[in-house]
Design a protein around this ligand. Structure first.
Ligand SMILES: Cc1cc2nc3c(=O)[nH]c(=O)nc-3n(C[C@H](O)[C@H](O)[C@H](O)COP(=O)(O)OP(=O)(O)OC[C@H]3O[C@@H](n4cnc5c(N)ncnc54)[C@H](O)[C@@H]3O)c2cc1C
Length: 80
């Protein structure tokens, strides 16, 4: 992984722009459970890894989605 660059994007725009500039040689890193395993085993060799975990906007959306999901699950439990 020594020739792979790492970028911790702070905004969605920054992540998308970096991805576009890399012309297909960049991969997003969300949790890393798949990507890191694939890089270590040589299946994927991205020139750039773009970490999206530090994007506040995405994290806030995820939190909202998780809350909605929890509410739906609670409603479902009340109904059954
Ligand atoms: C040991 C092991 C056990 C597992 N067990 C389970 C299980 O029990 N159930 C299950 O459902 N899955 C399981 N998985 C699969 C894995 O957890 C899922 O595929 C999970 O969705 C990976 O998420 P991640 O955030 O870690 O993705 P990453 O590893 O960060 O990325 C995976 C791929 O998605 C791309 N990607 C990431 N973010 C974006 C984005 N924003 N836009 C576009 N592309 C993106 C990456 O570039 C990469 O190609 C397992 C994997 C491993 C290695």
């Amino acid at each position: 992984m020594s020739d792979t660059q790492y970028l911790a994007a702070k905004t969605i725009d920054e992540a998308v722009q970096a991805h576009n500039q890399a012309n297909g040689s960049a991969r997003f890193l969300a949790g890393g459970t798949d990507l890191l395993v694939q890089i270590k085993s040589g299946i994927k060799k991205p020139n750039l890894v773009i970490d999206v975990k530090k994007i506040v906007e995405l994290n806030n959306k995820l939190k909202k989605f998780q809350k909605m999901n929890l509410l739906l699950e609670l409603q479902f439990l009340v109904l059954i």
